[in-house]
Design a protein around this ligand. Structure first.
Ligand code: ADP
Length: 274
């Protein structure tokens, strides 16, 4: 996995004081840094963001997402969901506060690594697919990262297999169905081997079967996943934790079963129960 530099080390040495007999050195009560980073794979600290025209789109966001956790990000239009998502890969930069991925702060020095570690999947796959063949689209990211040709083929194969599109390398993206194009768009990001995946309205435009297949795919992913959506059934079916945003703030955060059962909360923030 394309973790942000150095983080893999900390993960692998999460128990540096464990003894060979399985006991722990009680002199070290502080959690090892690795465990801390695992619990906060995505870490937003007092995040504020204003657009150049002065609109304050994020007004103090604190959010931790553990490694491998899958969350739904919901809220009415204008709540700040897209603005927040674009902070996760360094497209937007905090006006105040900090964004950390795998323990690494997003800044000018880290942004290239952050881009490789955080894959953004757009709502419209046609914004992500622009090459003559599926292979070229899925190979594009790793190729520009300097991955050698032998590994490139393996990466493309693995990414297409993960989305159920094995063998489609030579197909023309614009000949595929919307559901297939969405899968390939996800593969273009998976080929970078990111540790975080961020989806914007992934179920939009899918028919019921495509939707079911997408939910199964979402569940099968091992990455840390953030899904911004109005599709509360998608949240109920695939995302154990829900974060509700409104007017640039997080207004609720908890198990999806609790949040989705709170009709008054949902109504206050322009949402509907699934
Ligand atoms: P959501 O994704 O939840 O619909 P956004 O993040 O798109 O919310 O928007 C949050 C706020 O920021 C809104 O008030 C919106 O009008 C404003 N906004 C979004 N993009 C821009 C932009 N490029 N320039 C100025 N204001 C923006």
């Amino acid at each position: 996995m394309n973790d942000v530099e150095g983080s893999e080390d900390r993960v692998e040495h999460a128990h540096p004081h464990a003894h060979s007999d399985g006991s722990h050195d009680h002199a070290h009560r502080q959690p090892a840094p690795g465990q801390d980073v695992e619990r906060r794979w995505i870490e937003l600290e007092h995040l504020h963001f204003s657009y150049p025209d002065g609109v304050e789109a994020l007004r103090g966001i604190d959010l931790d997402v553990a490694r491998g956790q899958k969350i739904g990000l919901v809220g009415p239009n204008g709540a700040g969901k897209s603005t927040l998502m674009l902070h996760l890969n360094g497209t937007n930069r905090a006006t105040h506060g900090a964004v950390r991925i795998g323990g690494v702060t997003v800044d000018d020095d880290s942004v290239r690594r952050i881009r490789a570690a955080v894959g953004l999947v757009f709502q419209d796959p046609d914004d992500q697919l622009f090459s003559p063949t599926v292979f070229d689209d899925v190979a594009f990211g790793p190729l520009h990262m300097g991955i050698p040709a032998e590994e490139l083929h393996a990466r493309v194969e693995a990414a297409l297999a993960a989305v159920g599109m094995s063998g489609s390398e030579r197909r023309l993206p614009h000949h595929l169905s919307i559901g297939q194009r969405k899968r390939v768009a996800l593969a273009t990001v998976l080929s970078m081997e990111p540790s975080v995946l961020v989806f914007d309205e992934p179920s939009a435009g899918l028919d019921p079967r495509g939707r079911r297949q997408f939910i199964a795919l979402l569940r099968s992913l091992s990455q840390t996943v953030v899904v911004a959506t109005h599709d509360m059934r998608l949240v109920a079916d695939a995302l154990p934790r829900t974060v509700v945003m409104d007017d640039g703030l997080i207004v609720a955060d908890g198990p999806s079963t609790d949040i989705l059962a709170d009709a008054a909360l949902l109504e206050r923030h322009g949402l509907e129960a699934p």
